[in-house]
Design a protein around this ligand. Structure first.
Ligand code: ADP
Ligand code: MG
Length: 759
């Protein structure tokens, strides 16, 4: 490998971000094209490896490798994108510009320079697709590539993670980190260390999903409401027995309701010590499930299971669960088999996951509007890459209506009219129920549509691939089908000319998102690679996103007969409300980030200790110092090897249990501090003080408890019998994402408010 890497040094400075410079480097790569074209396959692979650190040579070689292996000759802009990725930037390239290939070129570049790369995708389907698609390119260079699939067991995962380039969905990566962090032995771990993350759809992962906690839980029976409680709750009346707050985030049992529950259950006061922490909690949870979580909006029932819908995407969130009792309560409500309760063993936000890599970069169609967040939370710079062919999409001004019903009716009329011309239409809605309501309304007008939502996500990619065909109407929830190209005239482009003639794909949004970045993501589905196309949003003044941002302020306007509002002030009103909503999310993000940062730092300290216990004989050495008589006894009874393993297992178990308890305590602490926040100047400072205090004792306590366990537990030829102490590892673990994302719409917040009750 050439040691002469002044290019990369120069590039890592501010100047390197200069567009002109990267354009210059790509131009030099173009000059080298005929030279690399003349090389044999083996010669080209060699040349690429030898020039891994020389930008123009590397780019020229990778372009030729791509041409030979994938029959795609990367456009100049794709080389610019790859270059910016290798510099560690977030690259903005529009939809359809070929980010997958740019990302793969960068991955190859990193891997040839000795890094292990994780190519992070938003879902498992895309991880599998991209790894398979790009495999010939990597293989040509002697690089191995693998994808992580959720169906795989530890053995297959371990093998996959050993590859030079690993494609994986962000949550799978996180779950494997969590499981590895709790592994009882080194051999149980599946991940090989990786130092580079290339994140596709970077804004979605790094901003929208950044605060979503990934959770590892283990079985521990007990917290779920009983069938009897579910039945009792079913009989309660809204208004008399319980009330719901305005934001539909909380339910409250009234005195009448409490009395009725007590009578039906045949118990004394729910508020007695005996019931407060148990029955009352279960009743509240069952009420939440009953009243606030709506089937087909917050979850669906499929194959006898409750599957959460990710509110920010409107799709089934695989592997997600609500906090234990709530999950069980919803299962009970739907008459399904109730799953076991559990204990949270460890958790981590996506932001913390991303922080583990030395180099992070990524690509998205909408980076600039998240530029502040990228800089503030990740220290990442945004590089804007011009489109290969200029975008000619016509983004129409919003069509504003007084009420949601007016907007809905007008949107249906618009679809009917456009569909009459044969133009393909993609309608973006914000939740599953809305998408179905729209599809039903269209059927009444004689229009068949394909609905992309949580119920058919296996088919999502195929359906969206054909959404650009003549006469198609596709109704999609937010971000469904992201990552799949919409070609005009169908996946095979056979009707392309006819669709182009009619104006290309028309994207219609029903209601605004919480940030115009997400609106723009939707718009971006039309007008790829210079295609004709248009976009328009149907918005209403009473939309929740708007009224939330307007915070009580109203606009007195005179709508036309069909509810349309053409007043100039309405446009300003909506823009401002959306900006306020986004600003609120940002400040929540900043605060949550500060809370999480501390917990992440503590975990890092703990990991050092854990690593030492796991990989050395520290546990045995410490225990034989602190309990020398017992150590001698154990050693002579079972031999040194078994004794050392037993010591390690005991100490790890106490450390892991201590962390699990610590997480639960921090959650309670955060909740109680929120309650006191009004009176306090800086709740975060207070949280920090208390959290640091609690953490200080964790490691020491784990040692003290380990000594005690070591003294008492039975240790024989099979090791320590921890199952007798309640300390044993859970016999099963599962992972989920807490849908507690303050940046997402709707249902998530319900779960957020209840999560604390359960830990
Ligand atoms: P993005 O992620 O930027 O939206 P994709 O990576 O999904 O785009 O690529 C969109 C389409 O463009 C793919 O179907 C791919 O085959 C095609 N494509 C990408 N780069 C090239 C290229 N250099 N030459 C020809 N086709 C390309
Ligand atoms: Mg893509």
């Amino acid at each position: 490998m050439a040691g002469f890497n002044w290019f990369w040094k120069a590039l890592s400075g501010k100047q390197g971000r200069n567009q002109k410079r990267s354009v210059g480097l790509v131009a030099r790569a173009a000059e080298l094209e005929s030279q690399v074209q003349a090389l044999s396959d083996a010669g080209l692979a060699d040349f690429t490896r030898q020039h891994a650190t020389d930008a123009p040579e590397l780019l020229a070689a990778l372009r030729e490798v791509s041409q030979r292996t994938l029959s795609m000759r990367p456009f100049d802009v794709q080389l610019q994108g790859a270059l910016a990725l290798m510099e560690g930037d977030v690259v903005q390239m529009a939809t359809g510009e070929g980010k997958t290939l740019s990302g793969a070129l960068a991955a190859a570049g990193f891997a040839l320079r000795g890094h292990r790369v994780h190519s992070v995708t938003v879902n498992d389907y895309l991880a599998g697709r991209d790894a398979q698609w790009m495999q010939p390119l990597f293989g040509f260079l002697g690089l191995s590539v693998a994808a992580i699939s959720p169906q795989e067991g530890p053995g297959e995962r371990r093998k996959a993670y050993a590859a030079d380039i690993v494609y994986a969905a962000v949550n799978e990566l996180g779950f494997d980190v969590l499981r590895d962090r709790c592994a009882p032995t080194v051999e149980d771990r599946v991940q090989s260390p990786a130092d580079v993350a290339i994140i596709d759809e970077a804004d979605s992962v790094l901003v929208d999903e950044a605060l979503v906690p990934l959770v590892l839980a283990g079985n521990e029976p007990g917290t779920a409401p009983t069938g009897q409680i579910t039945d009792v709750v079913r009989r309660l009346q809204l208004g008399d027995d319980y009330t719901v707050d305005e934001g539909r985030r909380n339910v409250f049992l009234t005195d009448t309701g409490a009395a009725r529950v007590e009578r039906l259950l045949g118990i004394g006061s729910l508020y007695d010590a005996e019931h407060v922490g148990t029955t009352l909690v279960q009743v509240n949870v069952a009420l939440h499930a009953h009243e606030l979580l709506q089937r087909d909006v917050d979850y669906i029932v499929r194959d006898g299971k409750v599957q959460l819908i990710d509110a920010s995407k409107g799709r089934v969130a695989e592997l997600q669960r609500w906090p234990d009792g709530l999950q069980a309560a919803v299962e009970a409500k739907e008459g399904l088999q109730v799953s076991e309760g559990g204990r949270i063993l460890d958790s981590m936000t996506i932001q913390q996951l991303v922080g583990r890599y030395d180099i992070t970069c990524g690509m998205t169609g909408t980076a600039t509007s998240a530029g502040d967040q990228f800089r503030e939370f990740y220290g990442l710079h945004v590089s804007v890459i011009e489109p290969n062919v200029p975008c000619i999409r016509d983004d129409e001004p919003d069509r504003i209506y007084a009420t949601t019903d007016d907007a809905f009716a007008a949107l249906v009329d618009e679809v009917v009219e456009l569909n009459g011309t044969g133009r393909p239409i993609l309608v973006g809605t914000r939740d599953v129920a809305e998408s179905e309501r729209l599809a039903d309304a269209l059927v009444l007008r004689g229009i068949e549509s394909s609905v992309l939502n949580a119920k058919n996500d296996e088919l999502e990619a195929q359906v969206i691939a054909n959404a650009g065909d003549i006469g198609r109407v596709t109704v999609s929830t937010q971000m469904a089908g992201r990552g799949t190209d919409i070609r005009l005239g169908g996946a095979d482009e056979s009707n392309r000319d006819a669709v182009v003639e009619r104006g290309g794909l028309c994207v219609i949004g029903l209601g605004k998102h919480r940030t115009d970045r997400l609106d723009n993501q939707l718009r971006g589905r039309a007008g790829r690679q210079g295609d004709p196309g248009s976009s328009v949003f149907f918005v209403s003044l009473d939309d929740p996103v708007i009224s939330e941002g307007a915070a009580g302020e109203t606009l007195s306007v005179l709508p036309e007969e069909d509810g349309r509002v053409r007043d100039k002030r309405a446009y300003q009103f909506i823009d401002r409300a959306q900006r306020v909503t986004e600003a609120t999310m940002l400040s929540i993000h900043a605060t949550t980030w500060k809370y999480n940062k501390l917990i992440g730092d503590q975990r890092e300290i703990l990991d050092e200790r854990r690593e030492k216990l796991l990989t050395t004989n520290a546990a045995w050495e410490e225990l034989s110092k602190l309990a020398s008589a017992r150590a001698k006894e154990v050693e002579s009874a079972v031999g040194r090897d078994v004794a050392e393993d037993a010591a390690r297992e005991i100490m790890l178990s106490h450390l892991d249990r201590g962390w699990s308890d610590h997480l639960a305590d921090l959650d309670d602490l955060r909740e109680s501090i929120h309650l006191r926040a009004l009176a306090k100047e800086s709740p975060i400072d207070e949280f920090h003080r208390a959290a640091i205090g609690a953490f200080k004792n964790l490691v020491n306590n784990a040692v003290t408890e380990s000594v005690q366990t070591f003294q008492e537990v039975e240790i024989d030829g099979e090791g320590a019998h921890l199952e007798d102490t309640g300390l044993a590892r859970p016999s099963s673990t599962w992972t989920y994402m807490v849908n507690d994302n303050p940046l997402s719409n709707g249902g998530g917040s319900v779960v957020g408010s209840i999560a604390a009750m359960f830990r």
